[in-house]
Write a protein that binds this ligand. Structure first.
Ligand SMILES: C[S@@+](CC[C@H](N)C(=O)[O-])C[C@H]1O[C@@H](n2cnc3c(N)ncnc32)[C@H](O)[C@@H]1O
Length: 186
């Protein structure tokens, strides 16, 4: 109810009215990242790029957590809904000089072509130190682009650590969540 009121006031995309339960990948991903943080306590900030209203990043158990989104209306809503999380307007290229324990990018890279997606990660890794990367793999069609993250992130020195089961996604397709970790020998 409160979100619907905020949506009318701020005008962010109505997609954000979906609850975490309706995003089938969201709660298992949050739980797995929280388990990693609890077990290994890696140093650094947890960052979500494309965070929308910040529901995923704000459920991560780490004081140093930040969400980035290119839509300033989503960022405005996120700041109201989650005052204990820091939010910035921008994308991968706005993330600079950070030590990052986990970088999360879910449910938007399927709109970005291979070249731009690869450049986003190159820039990110050029300007920041990133231990883990969590992305979603979808099918094309129905999504516009399906990236080969094992190749893309493998070329940048990351190894696939875990692949989730498939979660129901757009038009009877499935979405899997991929967890990558920096390979120390690269
Ligand atoms: C479908 S929502 C997903 C939100 C959240 N990641 C989740 O899974 O619940 C996609 C979000 O990505 C944002 N977005 C799209 N392209 C982006 C980009 N290039 N950089 C950063 N954010 C982007 C949109 O503004 C939107 O808030």
């Amino acid at each position: 109810m409160y979100r619907e009121y905020l949506q009318k006031m701020i005008g962010f995309d109505k997609w954000h009215l979906n609850s975490l339960n309706e995003r089938f990948y969201a709660l298992p991903t949050i739980n797995r990242i929280n388990e990693i943080l609890q077990k290994e306590n890696p140093a650094g900030t947890v960052i979500e790029v494309g965070c929308g209203l910040g529901d995923i990043i704000s459920a991560i158990h780490r004081r140093e957590r930040m969400g980035y989104d290119i839509d300033k209306r989503a960022v405005r809503g996120a700041r109201i809904l989650h005052p204990l999380t820091r939010f910035r307007t921008g994308s991968f290229d706005a993330v600079r000089d950070k030590k990052i324990a986990v970088l999360i990018a879910l449910n938007f890279l399927h709109r970005i072509d291979d070249k731009e997606c690869s450049q986003y990660f190159r820039d990110l890794l050029c300007y920041n130190e990133v231990d883990r990367i969590v992305v979603d793999a979808v099918q094309s069609p129905p999504y516009q682009y399906a990236h080969d993250y094992e190749k893309l992130l493998g070329d940048l020195g990351y190894t696939l650590e875990y692949k989730s089961r498939g979660y129901a996604a757009y038009r009877h397709s499935i979405r899997k969540i991929l967890y990558f970790r920096k390979s120390w020998d690269v």
